[in-house]
Structures are given as C-alpha cells and as structure tokens.
Write a protein that binds this ligand. Structure first.
Ligand code: SAM
Length: 329
C-alpha cells in the first residue's frame, strides 16, 4: 500500500505521458511554449507500463489517469491504454485531454478499454478561445467531445478554468452547453502553476464566485456530501437535478485531507502533490537495473513523505519549479 504518515492511502495514479501541448492556455504556459523535455529523458512506453504495473499489482493503485501536457500527442497512447486495461486487478483508466484529435482517437481508445475522459473547455467563443489558448482550435475540441460521447467514454466530464475578464462571463453558458450535450461540467479554480509565475490570488475566480455566477441563472443545491469521498469536485444539483455541476476549489476549499493521488511525471519522477517541491526519481533506478521490488520500495518511501497539505495559504508557500504541463495536471 502507498500510505503516507497521516494515514492517507494513494490509490489514484496520474501519469503524464508528455510535457508537450498543442495549446498555450495562458494559465499554464506562455504563448511561445516551453523548452520541452528531451526525448531520452521521457519514459518509454515500456517503462511507463512497467511502473504502472508495479503500482497496480503491488501497491494498490486502482485508478490510472493519463494526462500531460497533451496525452493525445503521445504516439503510443492507444497501446499504453490497452496494456493498462489488461492489468489485473483491472484498474479504472481515464484520460485528461484538450480533445484535439479525439475525433480520430476516441473509438480506438474505447476499444483499448479506456473507461472515460475529461476534456478541457474554457469557452464556447472562438475569439475568446484564440485569446486564451493562442490557437484557433475550438471546433476541434467540440468535435473531440462529441466523438468521446459517441464512443461511450462516459461520463464525459468537461473541465473549465474561469479567468477574470476573459471567460468568467461564460460560466452559465458553459454549464448549459454541457447539460444540453450530456457532459458533466466542472469548474476548477485557477492554481499557481503557470510557467510564467503570473498567478495572482486577487485575479482568481474563486469557488464562491463561480457559484454566485451560476446562481444568477440556475438553482444550485449541494448534492449528497456523503458521496464526495476523495473526489476533488463539490457537486451541486442543477435546477433540482438530474444534471449536476462540480466546483473544484483547489485553492480556497482544499481537499488535501482526503487526497488519494500520486503522480508520475513524463520523465519518471514521483510527486505526491501538484504543489510538491520534492520529487523521487524512479527513472534513474529503473534505468540502472532496479528490480520491481526495489522500485516498489522507492515508491512507497516517496509516498510516506507526503505533506499534510499544499500550503498555498501558508506565508512560506513557494510555487513549484515545474509548471503544470511538466507535472501532469
Ligand atoms: N492537455 C490536457 C488538458 O488540456 O486537459 C491535460 C493536461 S492539463 C495541464 C489538465 C488540466 O489542468 C486542464 O483541465 C487545465 O485546464 C488544467 N490547468 C492547467 N493549468 C491550470 C492552472 N494553473 N490552474 C487550474 N487548472 C489548470
């Protein structure tokens, strides 16, 4: 078991398949992009599957989410998913993606056993999309979403980050679009994880503000809080249900006490938190001939040192050196 010193058990593994992305969302990276990891530093497909197998077979991982960067850019994605869903006990396998290319890949991914997807969509306005993501790809995202639903990768969840003065006027419109198309909408507070280190608390659209914006058009009632478990989203019934909307208040309503996540970066580092300042290098061990048992021991030791919380509200908080795209969101 991956148990930390506070008794939390990590069962949910987030694996970044690449730090590259084909969008430049301003809350994540600058318009010119970043210096990507050199290929030899990335885990190969075999290395990823070996570590995931150790996680599932020896360490109690029950959920694997592939992310990035943009995981659809990883050429071996379908193969990696198929090899993950073939593991026993069979983990739940999901994907967080910007949706670009999903129109082509949704069916093969479903066939490989992928259970569901989260697609990021911050706006339904083409001009706002270009301003926010610096690419003219809104139509590709929307067709990717549609393909995911048709392929049965359900529930299709839509992740949206609201930015003040950019897309915060679209909260209700995004929720309405999701309800009409059968997607589950979730709003995420903007976190201090951008490569440019431009995050400002006063610019963040808080969970309270998101609820107030939605409340102007919808009647929201908390869904049964007993069902939340370790899920980061607080769920609300919209207009009496059955539709729900999730609000992820990572900054103002942290859920660290129930966190069951552990992350593996594209270059083989174990991280206990998006905001961790420490990483444990599994790649070096793996490439110098460590056995599965030794890798499992290193991983277990890394999780033991997980901190109590992300500490964003602590005066000593420092933004992690690596941006979200490199950690795997
Ligand atoms: N490229 C994929 C995507 O767009 O979903 C996967 C990686 S992306 C880093 C994962 C999620 O993190 C996206 O929903 C994105 O909106 C979110 N994200 C990125 N930077 C963020 C930030 N600073 N605060 C909050 N969410 C962020």
């Amino acid at each position: 078991m991956l148990k930390d010193s506070f008794g939390r058990v990590a069962t949910d593994l987030r694996v970044s398949l690449t730090d590259r992305c084909n969008l430049r969302c301003s809350y994540c990276m600058p318009p010119e992009g970043l210096e990507w990891l050199p290929k030899p530093e990335l885990l190969t497909a075999d290395e990823i599957v070996r570590l995931v197998t150790i996680g599932v077979e020896r360490l109690g991982i029950t959920e694997v989410r592939y992310t990035g960067g943009e995981p659809l850019l990883r050429r071996e994605l379908v193969e990696i998913v198929a090899r993950t869903t073939a593991l026993r006990p069979r983990p739940q396998v999901s994907l967080t993606t910007n949706g670009i290319g999903l129109d082509r890949l949704a069916a093969p991914l479903a066939e490989a056993g992928l259970d569901r997807v989260n697609v990021s969509l911050d706006t339904l306005d083409r001009d706002v999309f270009i301003r926010l993501a610096h690419r003219d790809r809104l139509a590709d995202v929307l067709s990717g979403l549609d393909a995911a639903r048709r392929a049965g990768l359900v529930p299709v969840k839509v992740n949206s980050v609201l930015m003040r003065g950019v897309n915060d006027h679209e909260a209700a419109g995004l929720l309405r679009y999701c309800m009409e198309h059968g997607y589950q909408q979730r709003f995420i507070e903007q976190m201090p994880l951008d490569a440019q280190h431009g995050w400002k608390r006063e610019d963040m659209v808080t969970a309270d503000e998101i609820l107030a914006l939605l409340g102007e058009e919808f009647d929201l009632v908390p869904a049964d809080p007993g069902e939340r478990g370790s899920a980061p989203a607080e769920l609300f019934l919209v207009d009496g249900g059955p539709h729900t909307v999730g609000v992820i208040g990572s900054v103002t309503r942290p859920f660290c006490g129930a966190c069951d996540r552990v992350r593996l970066t594209a270059d083989g580092q174990i991280r206990n938190c998006l905001f961790a300042r420490e990483e444990s290098d599994l790649r070096a061990a793996l490439r110098s001939g460590a056995t599965d048992e030794e890798l499992a021991e290193r991983w277990t030791a890394a999780v033991r040192g997980k901190r109590a919380g992300h500490g964003i509200d602590d005066p000593s908080f420092l933004q992690p050196a690596r941006p979200m795209s490199a950690i795997g969101g």
